[in-house]
Ligand binder design. Structure first.
Ligand SMILES: CC(C)=CCC/C(C)=C/CC/C(C)=C/CC/C(C)=C/[C@@H]1[C@@H](COP(=O)(O)OP(=O)(O)O)[C@]1(C)CC/C=C(\C)CC/C=C(\C)CCC=C(C)C
Ligand SMILES: [Mn+2]
Length: 425
């Protein structure tokens, strides 16, 4: 028997979980509101039998009944599932694991995100002593964003003033988290330091900020339905960075990319908001935001191959390097060869696929958030074009999108953000 944990949202938006025992299976099942999706090696005979036994829609109802979550008086829909072997071993790919987080995030904030209420700005949290402290805190966040991330900062200028403050606060927390393992004090950082950072994060979410920059995030959390999970997961990514400098395959790399960047997408959606008129499911919008984070991180990795190698790090799938006839030594040697060009073309193609997936979600965002997101997406995507223009020399040349190219991308971003409003005939 395998244990399947179901995560379910009740009509009152309560998140419930319960276990159900299934016959031994190799595939894992993903449930969503209306359909049941099969992941992994599907179309096996046992899977086919199960399908015919319960029917696609029926399996989720069956699981709900078996788990005891659904009673005659309470109708529920399944939002997600995790399958474990009897020994408790997970049988999911990274993509499935992450999709589960997406489903949970979407389930948690489904209603609030689409209601017009979330556009109203709620009152500031009261900090004893100094009423101006929050203004100062947000201003400090603005300065950090302007200093460290010129393109992002530029993108935030296109947001509504309230959203801009929230994104600066989130940006600063992400930047500080990344600096723990990448910054000047990185050599002093160990898992205990990351545990302390996580405890501090819990305090931020309890409304007990440690310093001014944390206070801005505590305030943001009171105004937007931001959940703690993606923040915790980003810290998990930093833990991964402490113990790992090689990735066996894309599955391992995907999980890393989710932790350090996909999480940013999940943190941002509650602030950006979903258009009330959008017909897309909340989970599909979250999925697109996740894809944008993954695409950005893959782009970062491809841009910084030389820089990372000089720090002894190779964020490229080892199995794909081997298939291309390449090894770590080739990367340390930093020579652009035909093998390298072929390998890079494949990596760029994959990153572009994630941008394509992200693009599908942007029109579903609230109208005021589309332009900044399109601009950020197009700017970052262009880094891949620059890697190509540098003839794939990402060992010694940094791919960079200059101001003129960013300016040229703006009309495209504007047109794309308006196109949703033009009725389709
Ligand atoms: C539906 C839909 C498409 C919604 C859009 C959702 C959205 C706004 C997603 C944003 C995704 C995004 C910008 C992800 C950032 C990914 C990233 C660059 C991660 C970097 C990680 C570590 O990399 P590394 O150490 O290799 O790189 P460095 O050399 O250190 O640069 C990060 C550095 C982690 C920390 C991330 C940040 C500091 C960026 C935080 C960004 C925001 C809070 C959102 C800004 C969003 C806009 C639109 C301006
Ligand atoms: Mn970094």
């Amino acid at each position: 028997m395998s244990i399947c944990t179901l995560w379910v949202v009740s009509p009152s938006s309560e998140v419930l979980s319960g276990n159900v025992f299934l016959e031994p299976i190799r595939e894992s099942y993903h449930f969503s509101d209306k359909s049941l999706m099969y992941n992994g090696r599907v179309k096996k005979s046992r899977h086919q039998r199960r399908r015919s036994r319960y029917g696609v829609g029926d399996l989720s109802s069956f699981c709900l009944r078996e788990s005891g979550l659904e009673t005659p008086g309470r109708r529920l829909s399944v939002s997600s599932s995790i399958i474990a072997t009897p020994a408790g071993e997970m049988t999911m790919t990274s993509e499935q694991k992450v999709y589960d987080v997406v489903l949970k995030q979407a389930a948690l904030i489904n209603r609030q995100l689409r209601s017009r209420e979330n556009l109203e700005v709620k009152p500031d949290i009261i900090l004893p002593g100094n009423a101006n402290v929050l203004n100062e805190a947000y201003d400090r966040c603005r300065e950090v964003c302007a200093e460290y991330a010129k393109s992002f900062y530029w993108g935030t200028q296109l947001m509504t003033p309230e959203r801009r403050l929230a994104i600066w606060a989130i940006y600063v927390w992400c930047r500080r988290t990344d600096e723990l393992v990448d910054g000047p004090n990185a050599s002093h950082i160990n898992p205990t330091a990351l545990d302390r950072w996580e405890a501090r994060l819990e305090d931020v979410f309890k409304g007990q900020p440690f310093d001014m920059l944390d206070a801005a995030l505590s305030d943001t959390i009171t105004k937007y339905p931001v959940d703690i999970q993606p923040f915790r997961d980003m810290i998990e990514g930093m833990r991964m960075d402490l113990k790992k400098s090689r990735y066996k395959n894309f599955d391992e790399l995907y999980l890393y990319c989710y932790y350090v960047a996909g999480t940013v997408g999940l943190m941002s959606v509650p602030v950006m908001g979903i258009a009330p008129e959008s017909k897309a499911t909340t989970e599909s919008v979250y999925n697109a935001a996740l894809s944008l984070g993954i695409a950005n991180q893959l782009t970062n990795i491809l841009r910084d191959v030389g820089e990372d190698a000089r720090r002894g790090r190779v964020y490229l799938p080892q199995d794909e390097l081997a298939q291309a006839g390449l090894s770590d030594e080739d990367i340390f040697a930093g020579k652009v060869t035909d093998k390298w060009r072929i390998f890079m073309k494949k990596q760029i193609k994959r990153a572009r696929k994630f941008y394509d997936d992200a693009e599908k979600g942007v029109p579903e965002l609230s109208s005021a958030s589309r332009l900044p997101v399109w601009a950020a997406l197009l700017f970052y995507r262009k880094i891949l074009d620059e890697i190509e223009a540098n003839d794939y020399n990402n060992f010694t040349k940094r791919a960079y999108v200059n101001k003129a190219k960013k300016l040229l991308a703006m009309p495209v971003a504007c047109a794309k953000s308006l196109s949703f409003m033009i009725p389709q005939t």
